[in-house]
Structure formats: structure tokens, C-alpha cells
Design a binder for this molecule. Structure first.
Ligand code: SF4
Length: 471
């Protein structure tokens, strides 16, 4: 389980936020950090912290157990702080907090506060409640909009996080796929109003952000109120976000194939800022399994959606998610997944062995597959995906992409950026180019990144034209 650390810059008390899982959690960690910066909390390593927040994720296998073992390590820090006469407050936030609730303080009494994803705007008041040793558990779904209560990030905090940023536009999910905990941990679908999202994008752009990814558990089900008082689609929201001065690139994730509506497909056709790379989870290539997963679409419908998006923007590339070894999956059904990979030619894909999540319908299904069958199928699928990914990257050799430079590279004189397809691109060039978009010709392919040189002219030749010309 990978972690990332959110930071703040000034204050008296010391805060350490460790974030697990998806971009939504990274975004939430930033917003908690911004909120607590206003309360005087400053960044610190775990050893110096007065408050540690674990912002947890429930997607991976044994997520709760991993949180309990992390809490075991934090126990030692809490004891060490007590020996120094300090109090270390420990909070568990995110989806494991929502799913486990009271159980966390029962199993790990060092935890002072458990706060679900819909309640983190109440952190200052909840911390005050916990200050006298009361165990606080806040896992309800309050009617108020948490975003109305959150502090905007300071310009310094935004700059410290780089030239790309996430903006949550939608939370929760109404789809109830039979393997997934999200509808239970994040609740029903809620969309933020257009005006508030645009104001946040404008603030990010003013602080130097060039690329914004609009995020949501089911982002393309977005239906927030527009300035005209009517619900806007994600396509319309992207169109509006593309008008914000300074924003050069837009992305969105994660989408459901059934919610790729006309306006979103039109946005891919009409908005040069909308990058030609779409993560569209499919999970399986078998219609029977898609039905058992309650995915609400067939293989043919998925393929038709891919075709429509490609017709709108011919240089599109796709990534996806697969679950291997769903209860009852036969060898033939698994092969249908392999054939879907061949048919679409994904540029990349995430694949996982099915593992039951307590409380979900699939966990109760008969015909749970043996571990060795799942592992063997996963290996076959991953070999196929790796081949497609390598072919996609190899196809970049000699091409010229526009690259948004994000940070200095590992080697002196090197900077790293991203292609429109999110491939890391390493270039020998001045770090003053960070935040700029330049044309780069790809000269070498390595397994996990591309190497290139700046083209002589800092031209704005569009990737689209070049890629269309190159197929
Ligand atoms: S659409 Fe995604 S978030 Fe919603 S239930 Fe299905 S897998 Fe979970």
C-alpha cells in the first residue's frame, strides 16, 4: 500500500497526514491539511507530530488489517511522545474509518478520532471534542455540503503541490457493483455546483497550476447545478473549465462506461485541452460476469463507447481496470477478458485478483475461486497487458508530443514531464521550464518512461495533428 504525505507551511502544532489509495484521498488529505493550517498546524514528520491522520483506503485486499498494523507502529510514537510529556492525537479518516467505525477505537484504543470522508470538514470541532480523552467517532453522512466548510488552499500550498492538481467534482456512487464497497463507504452520488468548481479551478490557475484532473468516484455521472440553475453534465463542466485562463490541460477520472453521454464525447471532439487519454474501467470481457458484477453494460456496449470516443478524437488511448477470478468465472469467461484486451488495445490497465469485501453481495456468492486459479489467470492477463503497454510506448519513438514539465528529474540537468498519455518523459533541459508545455521528440523508450529532446522551436504543434498524421 503506497502512501503520500500532505504538507502545510506555518503554525505551532505539528501535523502529519498519511494518505493511502486513490486521487480522491490525496485531494481529501490536501483539503484536511489546508483546513488545519488555518488552525495553526504545520507539516511535520511522524516522530514530531502532535496529530497524525491516516487517510485510509478500503479498495485493496485486507485494507483494514493494514491500517491496524500501521496503528501498531504509531502506538510506539504515541508512547515516545508521552515520555517526552507530549500528547500525540491519532485520527483515522477515509473509507476504512467509514467502514469500521467504532470497531477501530475498540481494537486500537490509541485512536482518538475516527472520521468518515463526509465529515472531515468538522475536524477542528471533532479534535476539540477529543482533546479531553473522549473517543470521537464521526461516520454519519451529514446533509450539509462539506465543501462549503473547507478552507481554500493558500497560494504557497498550491505551488508546493506542483503544476498539476485534482479537483473533486462529485462524490459517492449509486451503481452498486456487487464487488465494491464505495456506495457504502462514500454514500450516494453528490455533485458540487459548477460555480464552486470553476472558482476552485481559477484559484489553482492563479497559483500556477496548468493541468487539472476533475475527480469523482463516478465522475461522469456528474450532474451539479449550473449557473442557470439547471444540472450540468460533465461535458459541459469541462467546456467551462477549459475557458479558465492558464489551464492548458484537463482530465477526468474515474468514469463508468454507462455514463459516457453525448456531451462528454463531444467534449473529446471539441476541447483541445481535454487530453486524449481516458481511464474507462470495464472489469471483465464476459457478459455473464458483467451482469453478475451488476456493471449495467455489455461487452458490445463498452466497445461501442470506445468506438464513439475514438471517432470523436482519433488519437485517443485508453486504460482500464480488470478483476480476475470473480466468483464463478470460467476459463472461457476469463478468455473473453483476454480477447477484449486484444480488441481494444489498451495503452495500460490495472488488474487485480478478486477478493471479497465484507458486506458486498459478491462476498456472499457461491463458487469463490481458489487462490491459485486467480493467480494463474492474473499472470496471463498481466503478460498480455504488459505487451500492449510496451507496444503503445514503443509507438511513441520518434514522435513529437507536447509535454507539461512538472519537476526536476533524478539526474542533474534533467526535468520530467508528462505526455498527453500520462507517460513520464525525461528531458535534459533547464528547470525553469517547470510549468511550461513544450514540444518534445521521443528518442528513447525505457520500461517506465520515455526520453526525449526539446524540439528546436518551442512550437505549439498539437499532439493531435502529429498523432493523426502518424496513425
Ligand atoms: S461504479 Fe465504480 S465506484 Fe461505483 S460501485 Fe461500481 S466499481 Fe464501485
Amino acid at each position: 500500500m503506497k502512501g503520500s504525505i500532505a504538507t502545510v507551511t506555518a503554525g505551532v502544532r505539528k501535523l502529519h497526514v498519511k494518505s493511502y489509495g486513490c486521487q480522491m484521498n490525496v485531494y481529501d488529505s490536501h483539503r484536511m491539511t489546508d483546513l488545519l493550517a488555518r488552525e495553526g498546524y504545520a507539516e511535520a514528520c511522524p516522530e514530531d507530530a502532535d496529530l497524525i491522520i491516516l487517510n485510509t483506503c478500503h479498495i485493496r485486499e485486507k485494507a483494514a488489517e493494514k491500517v491496524y498494523s500501521e496503528l501498531g507502529r504509531i502506538r510506539k510514537l504515541k508512547d515516545a511522545a508521552a515520555r517526552e510529556g507530549r500528547n500525540l492525537t491519532v485520527a483515522v479518516a477515509g473509507c476504512v474509518a467509514q467502514a469500521e467505525g467504532e470497531e477501530i477505537v475498540r481494537r486500537a484504543p490509541l485512536v482518538d478520532l475516527v472520521v468518515g470522508p463526509q465529515s472531515y470538514h468538522r475536524l477542528p470541532e471533532l479534535l476539540a471534542e477529543a482533546a479531553d480523552g473522549t473517543k470521537v467517532v464521526a461516520t454519519d453522512f451529514p446533509a450539509e455540503d462539506k465543501f462549503d466548510h473547507l478552507a481554500p488552499a493558500s497560494n504557497a500550498a498550491i505551488r508546493g503541490r506542483g503544476v498539476t492538481a485534482f479537483v473533486t467534482v462529485q462524490e459517492g456512487c449509486d451503481k452498486f457493483c456487487t464487488f465494491c464497497v464505495v456506495p457504502y463507504t462514500r454514500g450516494a452520488e453528490v455533485s458540487r455546483p459548477v460555480g464552486k468548481i470553476v472558482a476552485e479551478v481559477e484559484r489553482l490557475a492563479d497559483a500556477g497550476v496548468r493541468e487539472v484532473t476533475l475527480i469523482g468516484q463516478n465522475v461522469n455521472a456528474y450532474h451539479g447545478d449550473g449557473p442557470d440553475g439547471r444540472p450540468w453534465t460533465l461535458g459541459r463542466l469541462l467546456e467551462r473549465a477549459a475557458e479558465v485562463p492558464g489551464i492548458a490541460r484537463l482530465r477526468y477520472t474515474t468514469s463508468h462506461p454507462g455514463d459516457m453521454d453525448e456531451s462528454l464525447i463531444a467534449a473529446h471532439r471539441d476541447l483541445p485541452a481535454l487530453m486524449p487519454f481516458l481511464h474507462l474501467p470495464v472489469q471483465s470481457g464476459s457478459d455473464r460476469l458483467l451482469d453478475a458484477m451488476n456493471r449495467r453494460h455489455t461487452r458490445a456496449e463498452y466497445l461501442r463507447t470506445i468506438e464513439q470516443v475514438r471517432a470523436a478524437r482519433p488519437d485517443m488511448a485508453f486504460s482500464t481496470d480488470f478483476i480476475v477470478g470473480f466468483p464463478g468465472e470460467t476459463e472461457d469467461e476469463f478468455r473473453a477478458t483476454l480477447s477484449l484486451v486484444e480488441e481494444v488495445g489498451f495503452a495500460s490497465a490495472f488488474s487485480f485478483k478478486y477478493s471479497p469485501r465484507p458486506g458486498t453481495p459478491a462476498a456472499e456468492m457461491a463458487e469463490q475461486l481458489p487462490e491459485e486459479v486467480k493467480s494463474e489467470r492474473l499472470q496471463r492477463l498481466q503478460r498480455l497487458i504488459d505487451g500492449h503497454q510496451a507496444a503503445f510506448n514503443a509507438g511513441s519513438l520518434g514522435r513529437t508530443f507536447e509535454v507539461l514539465f512538472e519537476k526536476p528529474g533524478r539526474h542533474p540537468g534533467q526535468i520530467v514531464g508528462r505526455s498527453p498519455y500520462l507517460q513520464p518523459v525525461q528531458v535534459m533541459a533547464s528547470s525553469t521550464l517547470v510549468g511550461e508545455i513544450r514540444s518534445v521528440t521521443i528518442t528513447e523508450i525505457a520500461p517506465n518512461s520515455l526520453f526525449g529532446t526539446l524540439t528546436a522551436e518551442p512550437s505549439r504543434v498539437s499532439d493531435r495533428v502529429l498523432l493523426e498524421a502518424g496513425g
